[in-house]
Design a protein around this ligand. Structure first.
Ligand code: AGP
Length: 372
C-alpha cells in the first residue's frame, strides 16, 4: 500500500532514501568511545581469528559485489590472503579449506540456496563460517559459527540497495576488526578509517540531495540499447553493481568492466554516443590509479562515447572529459563504494521508470532465490 511505501511510489525509492539511516544503524554500538571496534557479538574468539590463514567470501549477485569490495579491504588492512567467489561456483571446484580458513557468507535474505550450500560445504571441511546477514534468525546465520547482522531493516524491492550499503559497512567492520585483533602496521589508518566511517551516513545523505540531474540524465537515455560501466580497484565492483541494477530494472544490456581491461577487448564496443559510466577513484591516496582512469576517459571520449563520470567533488582533472559529471563527497579510497553506488541505484531506478517497467518486481526475478 501507499502507506507502507512511506509516500514513495516504489519500495526501491524508499529504500534508497533510507540508506543514511541503514548505514548509521549498522555502525551503531559497534564502535566504542575510544574509537575501537567492539564486535563481541561475533562469537569467534580473538585467539581463533589471530590464527586465520585465509579468508574466503561467498555470495551471489549484489552481495557478491560487496564481497569483491571486501577483498580489497581485508587484504589491505589485515594482510590475510582473501578470495571472493560466487557461491554457486564454490563447492563444485573442490576448494582448499581447513580449520584456519575463515569463510564469510554474505546474504541479505539469509535464505539463498547457493550461498547456504557453499557454507555447508565449507563447514564440512572444518572452516569457520561468519555470516553477514540482514534477516534475523534466517537459515544462513543459523547454520554459521557466527553472525554479524546488517541493520538495514526489511528490504522489499527485489533490487537490493540499502542491504548492499550495509553489507559493505559490515565487511569494513570485519576487515578493520581482524586488523585490530591481529595488530597490523595499519593501526593508525584503521583508527582513522573507523572515524571516517562515522561520517558516511551524512555523506550518503549529501549524495541523495544532489540526484535530480542524475534522474534527468536517466530519462534522456531511455531509448538506448546498451550502457557500459567502467571502474578500477574498488570502483570495479561498483561498475558491476551499476550494470546489474540496470539489467534487473531497465532490462537493458549493461556491462561492467575493469577499466584496465578496456584495451584488452571491450574498447571495441565504444562507438558514437554509447553511454559509458566511469567511476573515478579519489585523486588523493592512489593517485596513479586516478591518472590511469582519466586517460581511459580521454580514450573512450575520443572514440565518441558519451561519458558519464562519477568523481570526487573538486576533482578538476576529469571535468573537461565528462559529458555529464556526477560529484560525490571525498572519502578514503576503500570506502568510496558507499557513496559511488548511490547515483547508480538512482540512475537504474529512473531509467526503469522511464521505460515503463515495474520497479519493485522486475520480470523473472524473485527477492530471495531458494533453489540452486
Ligand atoms: C540484487 O539486486 C539482486 N536481486 C540479487 O543479485 C541478490 O543480491 C542475490 O540474489 C543475493 O541475495 P541475498 O543477498 O538475499 O543472498
Amino acid at each position: 500500500s501507499a502507506a507502507e511505501k512511506g509516500g514513495y511510489d516504489y519500495f526501491m525509492l524508499k529504500e534508497i532514501a533510507e540508506q543514511p539511516k541503514a548505514v548509521a544503524d549498522t555502525l551503531l554500538g559497534r564502535i566504542d568511545l575510544a574509537g575501537n571496534l567492539c564486535l563481541d557479538e561475533v562469537h569467534i574468539p580473538a585467539s581463533v581469528l589471530r590464527e586465520v590463514s585465509k579468508v574466503v567470501i561467498v555470495a551471489c549477485g549484489t552481495a557478491y559485489h560487496a564481497g569483491m569490495i571486501a577483498k580489497y579491504a581485508i587484504e589491505h588492512w589485515t594482510r590475510i590472503p582473501c578470495e571472493t567467489e560466487l557461491a554457486s561456483e564454490f563447492r563444485y571446484r573442490d576448494p582448499i579449506l581447513d580449520q584456519r580458513t575463515l569463510v564469510i557468507a554474505i546474504s541479505q535474505s539469509g535464505e539463498t540456496m547457493d550461498t547456504l550450500m557453499a557454507l555447508r560445504h565449507a563447514r564440512e571441511q572444518g572452516a569457520k563460517v561468519l555470516a553477514i546477514c540482514n534477516t534475523n534468525g534466517s537459515t544462513i546465520p543459523r547454520e554459521s559459527d557466527a553472525v554479524l547482522y546488517t541493520h538495514a531493516g526489511p528490504e522489499v524491492a527485489v533490487a537490493s540497495t540499502k542491504a548492499f550499503l550495509t553489507q559493505l559497512v559490515a565487511c569494513y567492520l570485519v576487515a578493520l576488526y581482524l586488523g585490530q585483533v591481529r595488530g597490523t602496521k595499519w593501526g593508525d589508518e584503521i583508527l582513522s578509517v573507523i572515524r571516517e566511517l562515522s561520517e558516511i551516513a551524512t555523506q550518503v545523505d549529501q549524495v541523495l540531495e544532489t540526484m535530480e540531474p542524475v534522474r534527468e540524465l536517466a530519462r534522456t537515455l531511455a531509448d538506448k540499447n546498451t550502457v557500459l560501466f567502467l571502474g578500477r580497484h574498488v570502483g570495479y565492483p561498483v561498475a558491476l553493481e551499476g550494470a546489474l541494477k540496470l539489467k534487473e530494472l531497465a532490462y537493458m544490456h549493461a556491462e561492467g568492466f575493469a577499466a584496465g581491461e578496456l584495451k584488452h577487448g571491450p574498447i571495441a564496443l565504444i562507438e558514437h554516443d554509447v553511454p559509458v559510466v566511469v567511476v573515478v577513484p579519489s585523486p588523493r591516496g592512489r593517485s596513479v590509479l586516478h591518472d590511469k582512469i582519466v586517460s581511459n576517459i580521454q580514450e573512450i571520449r575520443a572514440r565518441g562515447a558519451r561519458t558519464i563520470v562519477i568523481a570526487e567533488r573538486g576533482d578538476e582533472t576529469v571535468a573537461p572529459y565528462a559529458d555529464h559529471l556526477i560529484e560525490i563527497p571525498a572519502t578514503p579510497t576503500l570506502l568510496q563504494p558507499l557513496v559511488a553506488t548511490v547515483p547508480l541505484q538512482v540512475f537504474a531506478c529512473e531509467l526503469a521508470t522511464a521505460r515503463g517497467n515495474e520497479v519493485d518486481q522486475p520480470r523473472n526475478l524473485a527477492k530471495s532465490v531458494t533453489v540452486e
